[in-house]
Design a protein around this ligand. Structure first.
Ligand code: ZN
Length: 107
C-alpha cells in the first residue's frame, strides 16, 4: 500500500475539495399534467410515463394481463399433454371395474 511521504497541507486539501459540488438533478415537465418530474421516471403527480398510464395512482390505469410462460418445445409439450390425458382415463376405468366387482361381491 502506498504511504504518503508528507502530510497534505490545508491549502492543498481545500483546493482539491473546491471541485466537490452538489449536482442539480435533471428534471423535465410531465407530458400529461405538466408537473416538474425527474427525467426518465414516472410522474409522481399523475402516474403517467411517456403518455401512458403506468401507475395505480392514475385513474386511467389498467393492469396488464400476465402472459403465460412460453413452452420450451411444442412436440414435447403435446406428448406430455397426451400422456396426462391418457393415464387418468385408464385409472378411472380400473376404479370403476373394481367398484363394480365389489358391488357384485356384496350382493
Ligand atoms: Zn404528470
Amino acid at each position: 500500500m502506498a504511504v504518503p511521504k508528507k502530510r497534505t497541507g490545508a491549502r492543498k486539501q481545500a483546493t482539491r475539495r473546491s471541485h466537490w459540488k452538489a449536482i442539480k438533478p435533471a428534471t423535465t415537465k410531465c407530458s400529461h399534467c405538466g408537473a416538474t418530474v425527474l427525467a426518465h421516471t414516472v410522474c409522481t403527480e399523475c402516474g403517467y410515463y411517456k403518455g401512458k398510464a403506468v401507475s395505480i395512482k392514475s385513474a386511467d390505469y389498467v393492469a396488464e394481463e400476465v402472459k403465460p410462460k412460453k413452452k420450451t418445445s411444442t412436440k414435447k409439450a403435446t406428448k406430455k399433454a397426451e400422456a396426462k390425458v391418457e393415464t387418468p382415463v385408464e385409472e378411472v376405468k380400473a376404479e370403476e371395474t373394481k367398484a363394480e366387482s365389489e358391488e357384485k361381491t356384496e350382493e
